[in-house]
Each structure stands twice: as C-alpha cells, then as structure tokens.
Design a binder for this molecule. Structure first.
Ligand SMILES: Cc1cc2nc3c(=O)[nH]c(=O)nc-3n(C[C@H](O)[C@H](O)[C@H](O)COP(=O)(O)OP(=O)(O)OC[C@H]3O[C@@H](n4cnc5c(N)ncnc54)[C@H](O)[C@@H]3O)c2cc1C
Length: 415
C-alpha cells in the first residue's frame, strides 16, 4: 500500500486525485485463520495491529457485523487521559496515552491527536480531597498531573463561571498531555495498517455462533458462512454478554446506552477538555467549532444506540451553571452507544473458560482513551496465551477473588 505523505498529496494534486487506492481491502472470508477477532472497533483493530506489529501474526480476520468503527469507537466524545487512581489502571491508560502521541506516525494516518489538556473540575470538598489524592497517586505512578486552583482554571478556560451558586469551581485535576483525537481516524488508521499487513477485515459479517470442542474454540458461524480459527479474540464492547453467551459463559457486566450531543459550530472559545463530574457533564470544542457534550448513562439496561430527549435537558442543565454561554446554543445532533460496564468500572482483558478464547471488554464509558494500550495488551495475551504485565490484573477472575480495581469513585464519570 502506498504511504501517505506530503509528496503523495502533491503528486495526487497534480493528477486530479486519480491515483488514491482504497484504504483497506474488502476480501471474501477464507476458510480458516490463525486468529479471528470479533469486533472491528478500536480495541479489535488495535489488537490485530499489534498482533502483526509486535508478534508477526498476520493470518488474522477482524469480523464486524456493521461497518468498522460504527460501534462505540465512532460514537464517543474522544477524551484521552490517564489520571486514574489505581496502579494497574494508571499503567494501562498511560501506556495508551503515550502510544497516542506517536500513533499517526506508527500507522501512517493522521489521527489528529490533540494533547490540549484535560481538566476534571472539583466542585465539592469531597472532590477536592479525591483529586488531590489522585494527583499524589499519579506522581508516584509517573503520570504527570497536578491539582490547580480556581484562578488557574479560569485562566485556562475563560468561558467558565467559577462562582456558580450551587457548585462553584474549587479547583481541578489538570493533565496537560491529555486531550482528544479524531475517533473514526483511529479506527480507519488501524484498519488500513492491518489490511496492509495482509489481514482481512470482514465488514457486514455478524458472528452468530461460536463452535467449540474439548474446551477449545474451533471456529465461528457468521452471516457470511462458517470460519475456523486457532485462536479467538472477543472484542465487542456492549455486545460482549451476547457473544460470551454464544460461547457458553457469562460475564460480570451490564450493557447500557451512553449518550452525547453536539452544538452548532461556533468560533473557537475553549481549547481544553473540561469534565464536571459532580454535576455530570463534560465538554470540548471540535475542530469544526461544535461544542461536544457528553452526559451520563441511561438508568436501565438496553441496546438502543440512540439518544433520548430528556437526556439533552439533563445534560445541558447540569453544564449551564458552569458554562452559562451554552444556554444560547442550538444543539445539532444527539446519539448513543452501548457501553459495557463492570462492577469496579475497570475493563476485562483476560482468558475465558475456553482455552484458546480471549476477551477484551468492560471499558464502559471510558475505553476510547485506552484503545492503543488495550490492543497492545490483548495482542500480547492472544499471542502468548498468558497475560503480560499490562493486563495481568484485569482478568475476570478478579470478580470471584474479590480483587477489584476500584475506579468507580476515583473516575467519577469515567470518560
Ligand atoms: C456517547 C459515548 C461517549 C464516550 N466518550 C468517551 C470518551 O470521551 N473517552 C473515552 O475514553 N471513551 C469514551 N466512550 C467509551 C468508548 O467509546 C468505548 O469504551 C470504546 O470505543 C470501546 O471500543 P471497542 O472497540 O471495545 O468497542 P466498539 O467500538 O463498540 O466495537 C465493538 C464492535 O463489535 C461489533 N460487534 C458486536 N457484536 C458483533 C457480532 N456478533 N459480530 C460481529 N461484530 C460484532 C460492533 O458492531 C462494534 O463495531 C464513550 C462512549 C459513548 C457511547
């Protein structure tokens, strides 16, 4: 596949853009692969990419029931940060954040990583204590964050109202190298690089059954026929429970819709990401000028990938005291994605009851930031058959052993 470069752009400009190739192939399924990954979201594609890049395993199919990146990966609000409290989380999310720094070069695709800074507002005494604790923990973990005072918050975000009547801004946890990236470019970049390594991305191909014998997976049934494999990776986020059921085991998680919305585009007014976890809303400005606004999860389990009216009101009401200017904005679009939430709000990367079947799921409301790290760790797990240092603590046996990685309080909303 031809490399994207400034020279390629100039060459194509001179010949009226007639020479661009398709970014990835759309092959027919083969009868058998060394590894099948179910789910062409960010984590599935990143797993395939690092299987090829780090372990030389390229006889791989990534099977997607819709279009690649059409799940949560193309629906999130793109916040990237690694300021978690517990050591295993900080290690995993910081690995991911650092891989984001060079991803555009690594996959030769501009993913528009923008380390513009992420702040989590402290609006209660409890939050001040919580974020100061996280800043101390991050210092020990080698994750660069600091607790800043209201004056610095105001300097970084002039549109913020720090004297709100109910929830004044009392400070913030600030991660300067956190930020955003273009979410579908992350999926497209990995897909192109995987296709270039000879892997098959099979879109519009739903896995409908998992075939096993003697405690091992032998293949999957799909809407495009049966396909065999030596190893299977399940990386299907909100559908993890359904796919696990096909393989005969249950997962300790729930699926719920998480919603977001964007406003009409306006002139640049905020160049950092702000999360307000007490009132529960978060906001950044896209390169097009839209205010990207995220809210909470639905209060009941469901599989509806769409928004609901009362969520617009709830989310905007939460934010309008801190950002009075948004009361003047028209909202353009709203949507939802199905997120898979575990009890300790930490992901699952680990083995399953079937010997050659591995799972990556449970990212809940915050797995976009983890895509390169999650893919790296899952590739290592699949290639070696055992978890490596990044994923060692994240196996689902922790729920039987009571070894939780509790991020539910520290992460607030975990986006
Ligand atoms: C509104 C919203 C806002 C969010 N904001 C943030 C944020 O700001 N920061 C952050 O870090 N995270 C955020 N997240 C969470 C983040 O988007 C997810 O954790 C992450 O994208 C999960 O990636 P994935 O690859 O595991 O899942 P997905 O991208 O959902 O990919 C799974 C894929 O599996 C496919 N699949 C499912 N079942 C089958 C089957 N039977 N056969 C074949 N294919 C199948 C699906 O179609 C899907 O494409 C947000 C999520 C939502 C919904």
């Amino acid at each position: 596949m031809k490399r994207y470069s400034v020279f390629a752009v100039a060459r194509e400009a001179a010949r009226y853009h007639t020479g661009w190739e398709r970014a990835w192939r759309s092959p027919e399924p083969k009868k058998k692969y060394d590894v099948i990954i179910i789910g062409a979201g960010g984590h599935g594609l990143a797993t395939a990419f690092y299987l090829g890049k780090n372990f030389g395993i390229t006889n791989v199919a990534i099977i997607e029931k819709g279009w690649l990146g059409g799940g949560n990966t193309g629906r999130n609000t793109t916040i990237i940060r690694s300021n978690y409290l517990q050591d295993p989380s900080a290690a995993l999310y910081e690995k991911a954040r650092s891989l984001y720094e060079t991803m555009s070069q690594d996959v030769n695709y501009n993913i528009m990583f923008s380390p513009r800074g992420v702040m989590m507002l402290a609006q209660t005494q409890h939050e001040i204590r919580g974020y100061q604790r996280t800043a101390q923990a991050n210092a020990l973990q080698g994750v660069k964050t600091r607790f800043i005072d209201p004056a610095e918050v105001k300097k970084l975000v002039p549109i913020i109202n720090i004297d709100g009547p109910r929830y004044p801004v009392l400070g913030a946890l600030w991660q300067e190298r956190g930020g955003t990236a273009r979410h579908d470019a992350v999926a497209w970049g990995y897909a192109r690089a995987c296709s270039d390594m000879g892997m098959d991305i099979l879109q519009k191909c739903e896995v409908t059954g998992v075939r096993s014998a003697n405690g091992k997976v032998v293949g999957v049934d799909t809407t495009r026929g049966a396909i065999d494999c030596d190893k299977l990776g399940m990386v299907v986020a909100g559908n993890a429970g359904n796919v696990a059921e096909m393989a005969g085991f249950r997962l300790p998680l729930e699926s719920v819709a998480l919603q977001a919305l964007v406003s009409e585009p306006i002139k640049p007014c905020m160049d950092v990401v702000v999360m307000a976890n007490t009132v529960h809303g978060y906001m950044s400005q896209s390169d097009k000028g839209e205010m990207v606004i995220g809210g909470g999860t639905d209060g009941f389990n469901n599989y509806t990938q769409r928004g609901s009216f009362h969520h617009i009101e709830e989310t905007v009401r939460a934010l309008v005291e801190t950002f009075p200017m948004i009361s003047r904005l028209k909202m353009l679009r709203q949507w939802g994605g199905i997120v898979d939430v575990t009890g300790d709000r930490s992901p699952i990367i680990g083995k399953t009851p079937l010997g050659n079947c591995f799972i990556n799921c449970g990212w809940g409301t915050g797995g976009f930031k983890a895509i390169p790290g999650g893919g790296w760790a899952t590739a290592e797990l699949i290639a070696k058959g055992e978890p490596g240092p990044l994923s060692a603590e994240f196996g689902m046996e922790r729920f039987i052993q009571g070894r939780f990685i509790d991020e539910s309080v520290a992460a607030g909303v975990a986006h």
